[in-house]
Design a protein around this ligand. Structure first.
Ligand code: ADP
Length: 435
């Protein structure tokens, strides 16, 4: 096509020049004839260009282009076809956008689109009821101005959103929301918000039930244990047949008491998100006492327990909670590794934060158990656990305490080679003493 037009144009130009030369020969004014001929051609081209310009600027959507002659006609038609194709494509895209907007508007979950800085770009109707966003006033506002809970701000700024965040609604504190953010495109955010009030209520009922049952069982158990103790204090008056039975009853009673204590502690940990206490805790001193208790627990089994702790590194939080988490890890190492085993406790800091590692060279744990280890009552080997007198709640307590201190638990272990339980705490929780 291009080639054709190239030839035709050349021919047309040659024809024009030939005609001008002929006219020049006849009139004896060759130069003038050429100038007039070429100027006429240029003027015609310019007038076509002006017509095109006028049509492009002023035409109505469906108005066809003016008739053009030769190459100009083809240029007009090509532009017109291109425009119509674009309009059709735009219409199709708009229909898709309309359908997506209609369906998301009908959703009961809130859908909110935020730009890379967290400013509101678009949201559906549910976002107005769940979060109280107002159309169109809030458009372009930062989301953190509208959802003011500090936990949301922290969650939003963290920029990795693997876990959803649960919050009371800013509009109605009895409504509980679950917020999940996904990043897409050019670091923009898609925020999904679900009403989880019902789930939250059920969860609360479960927690209350466990806490109440544990609490109610405590009193009768204390009475039974008290009588057993009195009976065992008068061993001479007992028939030897009963002695062993009573001793076992006392043992199981103590186990039940430990279970109830752990259940109540877990219920207490679950009741709030953060510890009420947030003082810097001297972890090195805490570990020293845990180390002594561990030596006592080991007793005749004579584990070799070593402790390395950075004395300048303190951790913000509740001393009682941290004590129960760390002692659970160290006592587990004593309980589960054979006599004479080596146990190393290490507390150190680096640019990522502070870390506590408890390493043992005990039997280790098979990889398939690791992800489930922090579940309540999960035991690798039920028969072995009953010998150790564990409640099965130790690591669940550790996990909860760490969550409340913004930390996380890392477990690495291989069968026959021992296990390492490491707690990682972010720098925000660490206080370093400067010398
Ligand atoms: P328990 O009260 O039974 O010790 P935990 O929640 O503390 O409950 O631990 C869960 C399970 O993890 C234990 O039953 C045990 O099988 C395993 N476990 C924990 N720590 C160790 C360890 N240091 N070495 C080997 N197994 C361990």
């Amino acid at each position: 096509m291009n080639q054709n037009w190239h030839g035709a144009l050349t021919r047309r130009l040659l024809l024009l020049v030939g005609a001008c030369l002929l006219l020049g020969l006849i009139t004896g004014q060759t130069a003038w004839a050429l100038v007039i001929g070429l100027a006429g051609y240029l003027a015609w081209n310019l007038s076509q260009l002006l017509r095109l310009h006028k049509w492009l600027r002023e035409h109505q959507p469906d108005e066809p282009p003016p008739d053009g002659y030769g190459l100009w006609g083809e240029v007009f038609d090509s532009i017109y076809n291109l425009q119509r194709r674009n309009e059709k494509a735009r219409g199709r895209l708009q229909a898709v956008i309309d359908r997506v907007q209609e369906s998301t508007a009908a959703l009961r979950d809130a859908v909110i689109m935020l730009d890379r800085d967290g400013n509101l770009e678009w949201w559906n109707r549910a976002a107005e009821t769940l979060l109280g966003l107002q159309t169109p006033q809030d458009s372009g506002q930062p989301i953190s101005n509208l959802v003011r809970d500090p936990r949301f701000k922290e969650y939003f700024e963290r920029e990795h959103y693997l876990e959803p965040l649960d919050l009371p609604s800013p509009v109605n504190s009895r409504v509980h929301l679950q917020i999940q953010i996904t990043q897409y495109g050019n670091n923009e955010h898609l925020m999904l918000v679900r009403d989880v009030t019902r789930l939250h209520q059920l969860e609360q009922m479960r927690k209350d039930f466990v806490a109440n049952v544990s609490h109610e069982l405590r009193t009768p158990l204390t009475v039974i244990s008290g009588y057993l103790e009195t009976l065992l204090d008068n061993v001479e008056a007992l028939s030897p047949r009963w002695l062993r039975a009573l001793q076992q009853m006392q043992q199981q009673g103590a186990r039940m008491q430990a279970l109830l204590n752990d259940l109540l502690l877990l219920a207490k940990l679950e009741a709030t998100d953060y510890p009420t206490d947030n003082q810097p805790v001297a972890v090195d001193l805490l570990l020293l006492t845990i180390n002594n208790d561990a030596q006592a627990l080991s007793g005749e089994r004579r584990h070799r327990i070593s402790l390395e702790a950075d004395q300048d590194l303190k951790l913000k939080g509740s001393e009682a909670e941290l004590r129960s988490a760390f002692s659970n890890l160290v006592f587990n190492a004593v309980k589960y590794s054979p006599g004479g085993g080596e146990i190393n406790i290490r507390w150190w800091g680096d640019e990522q934060g502070a870390h506590l590692a408890v390493r043992d060279n005990g039997p280790g744990i098979e990889a398939k158990h690791l992800p489930r280890l922090t579940e309540r009552f999960y035991r690798v080997d039920a028969s072995r656990a009953s010998n150790t007198g564990g409640t099965g709640l130790g690591l669940a307590i550790v996990k909860h305490v760490l969550l409340r201190h913004r930390g996380r638990l890392d477990i690495s272990s291989s069968l026959g080679k021992g296990s390492t339980f490491t707690c990682h705490f972010p720098t925000a929780q660490v206080v370093r003493r400067t010398k």
